[in-house]
Design a protein around this ligand. Structure first.
Ligand code: SF4
Ligand code: SF4
Ligand code: FES
Length: 271
């Protein structure tokens, strides 16, 4: 019978309640075909140390909670096949550029505060359900302007890779900036001028020096670096008043756009 290959996992451990500083501890894990890094962490917790801490939820690259530094690159533990890493030694540490809660758990609150600060939603004067008839139409070209950025799962891997964020913790960073751009270029949105106050600030898009690391590590192919360069051009054009006063697109009414009869009415507002 073939011998099972053993992988050595060097894992950075840190419990702020008892450790003065982080340290690495090594665990042997038997390799199984198809094993992802997340499986190895479960093995370690079940067989060696139940106190090992990390975040995860979906196990399928969707929730964005299992971002960590694997062999020096920020990526998702559930989406990283051990076999593709090569060799028999793997080093795992928490995402850089974040404070650490415990072991592999980064403190993501500041990233989400920056995200919220750029109003990452469609801003319009009227509520969509105020007029329940009609639809917002977009051409394929208009959809393409932001579609790629909708794949972002807020995992923070781009923030961990960004050299600017490493030197300026107040820099908005690739995720919040690219998400601001996602809404700025959506024809249904009217919030660009308000977002400019943040995105054009001294900690905004012009701090990015286009190293492109954020896009290189993004596990969803969202390309925040490209979005930020487009945003810089938009900010300059806005500053020079070269962008026509764009209004968010109106709902289209007409034959074929009446609500279908057998569809139940929208639920009442809950907040
Ligand atoms: S842009 Fe990519 S790397 Fe950054 S938070 Fe979104 S999915 Fe993660
Ligand atoms: S392109 Fe800009 S946001 Fe992305 S890693 Fe480089 S400096 Fe950071
Ligand atoms: S567990 Fe959800 S992205 Fe990895």
């Amino acid at each position: 019978m073939a011998e099972t290959k053993t992988i050595k996992f060097h894992i950075r451990r840190y419990d702020p309640k008892k450790d003065k500083e982080p340290y690495f501890k090594t665990y042997d894990v038997p390799f199984q075909p198809g094993m992802v890094v997340l499986d190895a962490l479960h093995y370690i917790r079940e067989n060696y140390d139940p106190s090992l801490a990390w975040r995860y939820s979906c196990r399928m690259g969707v929730c964005g909670s299992c971002g960590m530094l694997i062999n020096g690159s920020p990526t998702l533990a559930c989406n990283t096949q051990v076999a593709t890493l090569g060799g028999t030694e793997i080093t795992i540490a928490p995402l850089p550029n974040f404070d650490i809660v415990k072991d592999l758990v980064p403190e993501l609150s500041k990233m989400f505060e920056k995200h919220v600060a750029v109003s990452p939603f469609i801003v319009r004067d009227e509520k969509e359900l105020d007029d329940e008839k009609g639809e917002y139409y977009q051409t394929e070209h208009q959809l393409e302007q932001y579609l790629q950025l909708t794949y972002c799962i807020r995992c923070g891997c781009c923030m961990a890779a960004c050299p600017t964020l490493a030197t300026d913790p107040d820099y908005l960073g690739p995720m919040p900036l690219s998400q601001a751009h996602r809404y700025n270029v959506d024809t249904r949105d009217g919030g660009r001028k308000t977002r400019n106050e943040k995105t054009g600030s001294s900690h905004g898009a012009f701090k990015c020096h286009f190293a492109g690391e954020c896009s290189r590590v993004c596990p969803k192919g969202a390309d925040p670096a490209k979005a930020i360069q487009h945003m810089k051009r938009q900010l300059v054009f806005d500053f020079l008043h070269l962008i026509k006063n764009q209004k968010p697109c109106e709902k289209q009414h007409g034959p074929g756009n009446e609500p279908k009869k057998d569809v139940p009415p929208a639920p009442p507002y809950t907040v």
